[in-house]
Design a protein. Structure first.
Length: 256
């Protein structure tokens, strides 16, 4: 499988002495999301098989029931401990249950419940090491050391990515109404319950979150209580979802 075109496999990425491990892809998903939707939003047959890849500057996540986060590493990690991972919102640290797949190098953070509307930061500590003892290259400079962290926002039913749920989001819904995966009309930004179809059931999410506005929320604190700048910001990227509804069935979906 791949993350945004980058394969996740222990056959491709092995431990290389002198090369520090790195995070290939942070991914979010929901345990209640339909498998067909997970496949679509993850890139199809050649995609990551996990969910939506987080990228710097992406618009807010408009889907409900986000309760899984994944970090795919470039090689095996020998000390995948809970204390080396962190998820924060504006109020502090969010608890999770950590599992690690040594075959695919993927760490999974399973939450106790879905993320509500808010601003979030996902981080991995540079205390993580590979089997040669190299520390995580979290800041992407090619050398061991540096915390990996990425900011993202979740606002279910925020189809236009302005961090608010209001009437303008219904225009996206109306344009995609009755569309489903594989059809030109389907726009995943309006598939708020993540079932691969845009229909009346998505309106339940809109009704629940109508008039939500997270623009005034505080930024999440620095990872692990640090004071350094985060690696990735969260300025809206309006083209993030552009073209997803026009995806050919056999084409990989690269969410960049």
């Amino acid at each position: 499988m791949t993350t945004g075109g980058v394969p996740i496999t222990n056959q491709t990425f092995g431990s290389v002495d002198g090369t520090p491990p790195s995070v290939l892809a942070p991914v979010i998903a929901g345990s209640e999301w339909e498998p067909g939707f997970v496949d679509f939003i993850g890139g199809g047959a050649t995609g990551n098989g996990l969910g939506m890849q987080l990228v710097p500057g992406m618009q807010s996540i408009p889907f409900n029931d986000v309760d899984l986060l994944y970090l795919a590493f470039s090689e095996g990690i020998t000390n995948p401990l809970t204390e080396h991972f962190e998820l924060r919102d504006s109020d502090g640290v969010i608890p999770f249950t950590l599992t690690y797949d040594a075959a695919t190098f993927v760490a999974t953070l399973a939450l106790d419940g879905p993320l509500g509307p808010g601003k979030y930061r996902l981080a991995a500590s540079d205390a993580l090491t590979d089997d040669s003892g190299s520390f995580l290259d979290g800041d992407g400079n090619g050398a061991p050391g540096g915390v990996f962290d990425i900011r993202f926002d979740v606002v279910p039913a925020d189809a236009d990515g302005n961090l608010r749920v209001n009437g303008s989001d219904l225009s996206v819904f109306a344009s995609s109404f009755n569309g489903q995966i594989g059809q030109a009309a389907y726009d995943p930004r309006a598939d708020w319950n993540a079932d691969g179809r845009v229909n009346g059931s998505d309106l339940a999410a809109f009704a629940t979150f109508f008039n939500v506005n997270i623009t005034g929320l505080d930024e999440p604190g620095s990872p692990f209580g640090g004071t350094g700048p985060n690696r990735f910001g969260s300025a809206p990227h309006d083209d993030f979802f552009k073209g997803l509804g026009e995806k050919e069935e056999d084409d990989p979906l690269v969410l960049m």
